[in-house]
Design a protein around this ligand. Structure first.
Ligand SMILES: Cc1cc2nc3c(=O)[nH]c(=O)nc-3n(C[C@H](O)[C@H](O)[C@H](O)COP(=O)(O)OP(=O)(O)OC[C@H]3O[C@@H](n4cnc5c(N)ncnc54)[C@H](O)[C@@H]3O)c2cc1C
Length: 493
């Protein structure tokens, strides 16, 4: 007989919403408690004077992962969201001024290879062929829970073994196929999606550029935050309830199991199962007593490795610009830039940065003849000794001058109508992100699969973890997958 459970979820980020909508569709009684006045977490909108920005994610890749999650809630992904596939994945501009436009269409891409990287196309074909199998096999492995070391003794892992390449770095794997360093960077910068340097990030993650080249990059009309908005709507249509502006202060425990939540106003909510979607280390430290989490006591949390942070500019600009949707600008020495972020822990003065010109695809995001410009600069997380209160304005000025020097928007400072800044301090204080490490726990080999926090928490029964700090990892497709794994573990318990 169906065992209808009372499920309490902490946080309405993409992970909590994915788990919630699947469980609600399966007939469980689902309630989400979200401390902010809106859903989405890092996948929220920022709306200012007619301009709409995405706070966090702007790249949507691996459509099948989204389609699978939606189908588990009885929905068709393509019908729920207005999806626009981008013809140009991104334009890369190198420190020496050279441009490389990465087209989705392979005929156009080959022309661009012949123009910018003559002689490298045959390497690309080999890369694509190898990565088709690698990606399929690695994804199969990421979809499983890793609750015990025995999980490794599995036919999927055995099949994927030679493709996992976790003992090598992303840059090392790319060197098997390509000669030009600049070309390798075009397939290495994606390690930054995990907040890591491609010289340190496990070679497994060369699957990220493959997903972009093979399945494309999408945008949702209205902004990528539509994902969380739509998942929240579906959850409610399935009978789930979302309580906004209701902060959870504590996970209630009894005899080694989670039994519910205590809210900031003191109200206690009892539940059969609790799902934690907050930032992992923040949630461990602030919601659980140390004796309830011996595997993740404060010493252990301090020793774990965390991703970089980001300095963000959200600019409402007068005018429209003939720039691709996604633009990456490398500084003159990319490796030095990445070392500054993860090893030297100093503020890069010649940083790589990402600039999104979403209005070229989606005019709904700004008033007529205006544009939203989103700028993301990877910077060290708060373990670095950087005084952001002091640096904030001068770093903003540096980035604006880089935009004027290196992009087509030469007079951006005169065109700014609306401006918002997020520093690592804001990520920590306003979005409760531990150390401002926005891409969560790093994806080092020591923090992957069984070694990443499990979706069913080992230290307490009836507590499940979803979101970027758990298995399978940071990034929307994997975060949604963490929700699916947790939902399945609960359904089968
Ligand atoms: C700048 C940036 C760019 C990114 N770009 C991409 C991209 O292009 N593509 C991609 O796939 N991924 C990207 N990511 C990574 C990742 O997809 C997003 O960060 C994603 O939103 C994380 O989802 P989550 O469910 O793990 O957590 P969150 O989105 O952080 O959700 C956690 C929720 O828990 C709530 N919460 C916290 N504490 C409490 C409490 N005590 N009580 C109640 N609620 C609480 C928070 O308010 C929040 O709503 C990006 C991230 C950032 C920051």
């Amino acid at each position: 007989m169906f065992n209808k459970k009372k499920i309490a979820i902490i946080g309405a980020g993409p992970g909590g919403l994915a788990a919630g909508m699947i469980l609600a569709h399966r007939g469980h009684s689902v309630q989400i408690f979200e401390r902010r006045p809106e859903v989405g977490g890092r996948n929220s909108p920022l709306k200012v004077q007619g301009y709409t920005f995405d706070v966090g994610p702007t790249f949507v890749m691996l459509p099948q992962a989204f389609a699978d999650i939606f189908s588990l809630s009885g929905r068709i992904y393509e019908k729920e969201l207005d999806i626009k596939q981008l013809n140009i994945l991104y334009r890369l501009r190198y420190g020496n001024g050279k441009d490389f436009v990465v087209h989705y269409d392979k005929t156009e891409l080959k022309k661009e290879f012949d123009r910018v990287f003559p002689g490298e196309w045959s390497g690309y074909e080999k890369w694509f062929k190898f990565h088709k199998i690698k990606t399929e096999r690695v994804i199969d492995c990421l979809k499983m829970p890793y609750q015990t070391p025995w999980s490794y003794f599995n036919s999927k892992i055995i099949k994927a073994f030679r493709y996992i390449q976790a003992h090598r770095s992303v840059m090392s794997v790319l060197s098997d196929f390509f000669q030009s360093e600049d070309l390798k960077w075009s397939m290495a910068f994606q390690a930054k999606y995990l907040g890591m340097s491609p010289w340190e990030c496990p070679g497994t993650f060369t699957i990220l550029p493959f997903m972009e080249h093979a399945y494309g990059i999408a945008h949702y009309r209205g902004g990528v935050h539509q994902l969380s908005q739509v998942m929240a709507r579906i959850l409610k249509e399935e009978g789930g309830v979302i309580h906004l502006s209701r902060q959870v202060n504590k996970i209630l425990t009894h005899n080694g199991r989670a039994i519910g939540l205590e809210l900031a106003d003191g109200e206690k909510i009892l539940a059969d199962e609790v799902i934690m979607n907050t930032d992992f280390a923040y949630g461990m430290k602030s919601l659980l007593n140390e004796e309830d989490r011996p595997s993740f006591n404060n010493d252990k949390l301090a020793k774990m490795s965390y991703s970089c942070s980001t300095f963000m500019l959200y600019l409402g600009i007068d005018g429209t610009f003939d720039l691709p949707h996604h633009n990456i600008f490398f500084g003159s020495d990319y490796r030095r830039n990445l070392d500054e972020i993860s090893k030297l822990k100093i503020l890069p003065q010649d940083p790589a940065f990402y600039l999104q010109n979403a209005c070229v695809t989606d005019k709904t995001l700004a008033p007529p003849d205006k544009s939203t410009i989103y700028v993301l600069v990877p910077v060290p997380n708060l373990s670095a000794n950087i005084d952001w209160q002091k640096e904030k304005q001068s770093y903003r000025d540096l980035i604006i001058s880089k935009i004027e020097q290196r992009t087509e928007i030469k007079d951006i400072s005169k065109r700014i109508e609306v401006e918002r800044i997020i520093t690592p301090l804001d990520w920590r204080d306003q979005l409760h992100v531990h150390e401002g490490a926005v891409f969560n726990l790093a994806h080092a080999v020591s923090q992957m699969l069984y070694l990443r926090p499990h979706n069913k928490f080992n230290d307490l029964d009836n507590l499940y973890l979803v979101g970027g700090g758990t298995h399978p990892g940071s990034g929307l497709p994997t975060i949604l997958e963490s929700g699916r794994i947790a939902a399945d573990l609960i359904s089968s318990s």
